[in-house]
Write a protein that binds this ligand. Structure first.
Ligand code: NAI
Length: 330
């Protein structure tokens, strides 16, 4: 069976080659979209990532090209029209948990960098500037941290923040008994926003969570609070966040994901004129830290992604798809 990879990078080629047993692998650098779908020839499997666009039109084209299965090498699936896949009899599988710790730990890295300004200190010291002026941080110990979405990543994150000595409050449409046992209090979203010094988003992007953080909900947050988003860019209304940062109400912003990231993230534009004025405005704030969707990017996660993807395909061939990794059955 031939697998066609879209949006592939050197690390995809390395890790998938390492765990490949018998598949023929074809790697395309370009993202899958209506414009690029014609690249695909005689492949029953497409393997895609977070910013590939699998809307109904693209899926119809895949069906016409005899694609039998879409293998997502990620957890989130907001970029795939599952109903269209179902209608065309194309199976959809994913890697639901490659390393929840990787993303949770990256959220903590964003918090610690924004707070203790280690990125600024690193540059200062290398230039012989040993001044502490404007590097003041705050103790994380004793602060209230709000976790929105307490699935695998949210749970790992809540556990770490408990370890820091924080009061952790959570909001989820399905509270988890394990977290309550850990001493984590579930509260309504508006209470979480009003109580938290740090708010971290770990719920999926759905019609219900789209722009969960907007002008209204930002107003509910404590003045000078920190907002962390390592989940999906669409959870946050970027324009409203910029407005809140400009007034000084939102104290810090750390994002690993961005609404319009598909045109930029994972690629090198260091010699180009970036056209995204919102992102450039965000970058101009001293209290904003942006990383380009690297939360998942650890050795352990890359191994897991390749292994689970190959296992999904073997299960598909054997007619024994694992319900835990299957979004649409053929
Ligand atoms: P999960 O499925 O284990 O947990 C999601 C949680 O969100 C569940 O407890 C669910 O009940 C809750 N939820 C659903 N709708 C909600 C709503 N309307 N309000 C509040 N909570 C709601 O997912 P997991 O593995 O923890 O991943 C969370 C998200 O993290 C993914 O959907 C993905 O968008 C993002 N992610 C980001 C990565 C990165 O590299 N930055 C890597 C992997 C995932």
């Amino acid at each position: 069976m031939k697998i066609s990879f879209f949006s592939s990078k050197s690390y995809d080629r390395d890790y998938f080659a390492r765990f490949n047993t018998h598949y023929q692998l074809k790697f395309y650098d370009t993202a899958l979209s209506l414009e690029s779908v014609d690249l695909l020839t005689d492949s029953q499997v497409v393997c895609v990532f977070v910013n590939d666009q699998l809307n109904a039109e693209v899926i119809a084209q895949l069906a016409a090209k005899n694609v039998k299965i879409i293998a997502l090498r990620c957890a989130g699936f907001n970029n795939v029209d599952l109903e269209a896949a179902k209608a065309h009899g194309i199976a959809v599988v994913r890697v639901p948990a490659y390393s929840p710790h990787a993303v949770a730990e990256h959220a903590v890295a964003l918090i610690m960098t924004l707070n203790r300004k280690t990125h600024k200190a690193y540059n200062r010291v290398r230039e012989g500037n040993f001044s502490l002026e404007r590097l003041t941080g705050f103790d994380i110990f004793g602060k209230t941290v709000g976790v929105v979405g307490t699935g695998k990543i949210g749970e790992a994150f809540a556990g770490i923040m408990k370890g820091f000595g924080c009061r952790v409050v959570a909001y989820d449409i399905q509270p988890h008994p394990d977290l309550i046992a850990l001493g984590i209090e579930y509260v309504p979203l508006n209470e979480l926003l009003a109580a938290s010094d740090i708010v971290s988003l770990h719920c999926p992007l759905t019609p219900q969570t789209n722009r969960l953080i907007n002008e209204e909900t930002l107003q509910l947050m404590k003045p000078n609070a920190m907002l962390i988003n390592t989940s999906r860019g669409g959870l946050v209304d970027t324009k409203a966040v910029i407005k809140s940062l400009k007034t000084g109400h939102l104290g810090y912003l750390g994002i690993d994901v961005y609404e319009q990231e598909a045109d930029l993230f994972f690629n090198d534009f260091s010699e180009s004129i970036i056209q995204d004025d919102m992102l450039m405005r965000l970058m101009s704030f001293p209290n904003v830290l942006i990383t380009s969707h690297q939360g998942f990017f650890t050795e352990e996660a890359l191994c897991q992604i390749a292994q689970v993807t190959f296992q999904n395909l073997q299960d598909f061939e054997a007619g024994t798809l694992n319900p835990a990794t299957t979004l649409v059955k053929p």
